[in-house]
Ligand binder design. Structure first.
Ligand SMILES: *Cc1c(COP(=O)(O)O)cnc(C)c1O
Length: 379
């Protein structure tokens, strides 16, 4: 079935005991057995829970794969994936990742003896070839990146990984499965911060791990169950409910983001607009090829440096000045001072994250109100 149908039905059927059409929130921690070891598929909720299972099945179906794990947060998902590796294993990751992922790798996972190299993933397989060692086990990719929206060639990297027997994991948070499905392009694992577009309403924190490989899934399930950083039944219900409108929301985010990008491109107080849907984006052609849309996040540089950026942000009325992204409401932020403050200054400068850079997560409000708000604040 097609995406929007799956989003509403996959993993869900009316409750056989009551006919309830929506999956109940099963808060039970344990499940009865008719004889030792004989049960209906559920023993203990860390291992598996019916509400979580419905959500995981739906998520997996949307990512075009067979297995899904709903986690307590995006960072919990990343930690769980990393737990499959051993001391001395080498991981090649992007040099422009979500700051929390970089912090997790550098301050926590490194202590467990894993070795990281950070490279410019937009250069693809050729760049990876320069950094592979006999110990390389995983490539960790995020595309598009945050906040510079750099795009890396997923299929090119996946083909290279396969030829080297290295796993590829893609953080698909920014596009959601509606606009990008890395497993179809050859990735082994997809992770999400479902806090963002999957949740879509800024009212939950969650994560997910997806794969189509039965062997990888077995290892992942062992890690998920052993570590226990699972999504609660309530958050699983919230996620499942959110998926039903994912396609509608993503279309609306994209329509508004494209419109605002074009407006900003034509404004005299704006220096540069970065949105994969603009022809001026350096990787617009690659974006068109590997994505099914361009998403709801854009970045731009305001003329006049920090003072002007600050007064622009202070003067907005509809846009909320806040971290995070992917909600139905429009959020705006200053990466240098807010989301990316923990990235070392030299690295920020190298990536182009300067004082004039502003990131918008475009919501699904009326475009006229959004445009007017930006116009009055820019003026
Ligand atoms: C937010 C985010 C994460 C971390 O997810 P949490 O749910 O906040 O733990 C990981 N990757 C990307 C791209 C993100 O935007």
């Amino acid at each position: 079935m097609k995406f929007s149908t799956q989003a509403i039905h996959a993993g869900q059927k009316p409750d056989p005991s009551t006919g309830a059409i929506m999956t109940p929130i099963h808060l039970s921690s344990t499940f009865v057995q008719s004889s030792p070891g004989v049960h209906q598929g559920y023993e203990y909720s860390r291992t598996a829970n019916p509400t979580r299972k419905a959500y995981e099945t739906c998520l997996a179906s949307l990512e075009a794969c067979r297995f899904g794990h709903a986690m307590a947060s995006g960072c919990a998902a990343t930690t769980t994936v990393m737990s499959m590796f051993e001391q001395g294993d080498h991981i090649i990751a992007g040099d422009d990742m979500y700051g929390g992922t970089l912090r997790l790798f550098e301050k926590i996972i490194k202590k467990w003896g894993l070795v990281f190299t950070y490279v410019d993933m937009t250069l693809g397989a050729e760049e990876l070839e320069k950094h592979i060692t006999p110990k390389t086990k995983l490539v960790w990719l995020e595309t598009p990146t945050n906040p510079m929206l750099k795009i890396s060639p997923i299929k090119d990297i996946a083909d290279w990984c396969k030829s080297k027997k290295v796993l590829l994991s893609v953080d698909n948070t920014f596009m959601s499965p509606y606009f990008q499905r890395p497993i179809e392009l050859g990735a082994d694992i997809v992770v999400h911060s479902t806090t963002k577009f999957v949740g879509g309403h800024s009212d939950m924190v969650g994560g997910a791990i997806l794969t189509d490989s039965p062997e990888l899934n077995e290892a992942l399930h062992f890690s998920v169950n052993s570590i226990g950083a699972i999504a609660s039944p309530f958050d699983s219900f919230m996620g499942l409910r959110s998926l039903k409108t994912l396609s509608l929301r993503m279309e609306a985010h994209q329509k508004n983001a494209l419109s605002i990008s074009k407006f900003l491109e034509g404004h005299k107080n704006v220096d540069q607009v970065i949105y994969p849907g603009l022809e001026s984006h350096p990787q617009h052609a690659l974006a068109k090829k590997q994505m099914h849309g361009f998403g709801g996040v854009l970045s731009f540089k305001v003329k006049g440096g920090l003072d002007k950026a600050r007064s622009f942000l202070e003067n907005l009325k509809v846009f909320a000045l806040a971290e995070s992204l992917g909600g139905v409401e429009s959020l705006i932020e200053h990466p240098g001072i807010m989301t990316h403050a923990s990235v070392p200054e030299a690295q920020r400068a190298a990536l182009g994250i300067d004082d004039s850079l502003i990131r918008i997560s475009v919501g699904i409000e009326d475009i006229e109100d959004l445009t007017k708000d930006i116009e009055q604040a820019l003026n």
